[in-house]
Ligand binder design. Structure first.
Ligand SMILES: *[C@@H]1O[C@H](CO)[C@@H](O)[C@H](O)[C@H]1NC(C)=O
Ligand SMILES: *[C@@H]1O[C@H](CO)[C@@H](O)[C@H](O)[C@H]1NC(C)=O
Ligand SMILES: [Cu+2]
Ligand SMILES: [Zn+2]
Length: 220
């Protein structure tokens, strides 16, 4: 009996899509050599289309010998207008939010757009990092919006030149399809209007203006 349970784990995942009344029942069979209780299994579900929850799950199975280790990354922000920063990123497990902690200096008082951009290409400075990280082809939005660019982290606020950054975000990740490792953090000249502005750019960039500083996110 114990052996049998050790060999087979049957996970029944009920998938619901909020856009329709249909419910799909799906079985995922994972064969294991070790007893289940020795392993950690993490599941993470991402959205696909506006208001429709994806039926694609990322499933992580931890090692039976090594406990889950918190993952850390770091980004050193630099620009050509005297703006600098250091941001440390941490994630406890593949299915938990990422914490961004650090400071950005040399900023004017007020709000500044703060995003993850698509690439870590700094060939021609921050402009080479491309648009906001947007793997699900969503419009630009606020961090609390259901449908947004994965890279939309809203604004940071500076006082006396310094912004103390402490952002927790559940959509970005340091592993899997939403991984931001190797991409860039960008700090903007102006406030991100969170997609609520009246200009066309609002739903693309938040109309946050120029790029004051950027840095590649690398594993720590
Ligand atoms: C956040 O960063 C500050 C300094 O920038 C540091 O004192 C603090 O310990 C950090 N907190 C965490 C949870 O990493
Ligand atoms: C890096 O960005 C520049 C434009 O800023 C572009 O010309 C170049 O092709 C990019 N490099 C790669 C490897 O994509
Ligand atoms: Cu940006
Ligand atoms: Zn965006």
């Amino acid at each position: 009996m114990g052996n049998f349970l050790g060999l087979l784990v049957i996970m029944t995942i009920l998938l619901a899509s909020s856009g329709s009344a249909w419910r799909h029942k799906r079985q995922v069979v994972i064969q294991q050599r070790q007893p289940v209780s020795d392993r950690s299994v993490y599941a993470r579900r991402n959205f696909a289309q506006p208001d429709v929850v994806s039926d694609i799950y990322e499933v992580y199975v931890g090692s039976s010998k090594v406990p889950a280790v918190m993952r850390s990354a770091v980004a050193i922000l630099k620009g050509d207008k005297g703006v600098e920063g250091l941001i440390v990123l941490t994630q406890e497990r593949p299915d938990t939010p990422v914490l961004l902690n650090g400071t950005v200096t040399g900023l004017t008082t007020g709000l500044h757009g703060f995003h993850i951009h698509q690439t870590g290409n700094l060939t021609n400075g921050c402009i080479s990092t491309g648009p906001h990280f947007n793997p699900y082809m969503q419009p630009h939005g606020s961090p609390s919006d259901r449908n947004r660019h994965i890279g939309d982290l809203g604004n940071i606020e500076a006082m006396n030149g310094v912004a103390n950054v402490r952002v927790m975000d559940p959509l970005i990740s340091l592993t899997g399809v939403n991984s931001i490792i190797g991409r860039a953090i960008v700090v903007h000249e102006k406030e991100d209007d969170l997609g609520r502005g009246s200009v066309d750019d609002s739903l693309k960039t938040g109309n946050a203006g120029g790029r004051l500083a950027c840095g590649i996110i690398g594993l720590a």
